[in-house]
Design a protein around this ligand. Sequence first.
Ligand code: NDP
Length: 327
Amino acid sequence: MTNPIKVTVTGAAGHIGYSLLFRIAAGEVFGPKQPVILQMLEIPPAMSVLEGTAMELQDCAFPLLHDMVLTDDPMVGFDGTSWAFLVGAFPRKAGMDRADLIGRNGPIFVGQGKAINARAADDFHALIVGNPANTNALIAMSNAPDVPNERFNAMTRLDHNRSLSQLAAKTGANVADIKQMIIWGNHSNTMVPDIYHAKIGRKKAINAVGKRWYKSYFKPTVATRGGAIIKARGASSAASAANAAICHVRDWYGGTRKGDWVSMAVPSDGSYGAPEGVIFSFPCVCPGDGTYQIVQGLDVNEEIQEGIRKTGEELLNEKAVVADLLS
Ligand code: NDP
């Protein structure tokens, strides 16, 4: 039997956590042969809800779930862990602007970065989901100087998946036939959904749907989909956010499919004119060994270049707001 790997989920008692934990334990991320130990981190007021979630996990009798750790101490939650989903964060409330959210959530990722640095396994990897995800990832990365930078990613996969499903709905194609979608930049309204390289079967997506639909319907629909879901169900997306986290880590761990790439927010190397020193979403391929490469050599038109400039500027502004949290 393969040795279990330790997987940490923060904010484990929250809505996204509730959709995420069961699928990790069922083998949907690390495969049907890889046992896991779930290390679930919460804040003290959420520990009793977390105990209920753990009871349900136990009642599923998942063969791959070898053990569970429930804790409100990051030093315990990250002890020996190889993969982490950093979900826990205060949600944005009415009347709060982005800077308020950064100010409130940033310090959480200082403490967690330090705990990761002190306690995580050598092969540690983290996906940051809690918002503002890109800048929170930067804070955690900067406070874990002994962990290679490229082990910290933020999630733009939900925006990527939403784009695939909008293209599929418009053209009648199956999502599996759509390849090479790109989300550039920040997980925020400035993100740039780029379909100029995407293909639907053998056809170029932009030719299949037309520029007018892409600009007037697709882009605003993808960018405001989260708000539309809140309006419809009275609560923010949780299952689809958890699904996107699963897709991101499954591909990072196990590899992207041949002939395709995925959108991953990773430490920027300045490719495509993105600013360096921020966590920026690029098209990436993963060979299946826990690494990724930014796809190079794509021809990026002026419209997308301008979008990359704006979303990059926003990330630099967010970085300036949290300057005192970076080490
Ligand atoms: P959720 O589980 O619904 O969301 C958690 C985080 O994921 C939020 O920051 C949310 O940002 C973010 N997120 C990222 N992408 C998406 C998306 N596409 N759709 C929805 N959310 C997205 O929040 P809950 O309040 O249910 O649970 C959070 C848990 O975290 C709680 O159990 C709480 O106890 C814990 N927590 C831990 C803290 C700590 O460690 N110090 C501090 C605060 C909370 P957004 O709100 O912007 O959508």
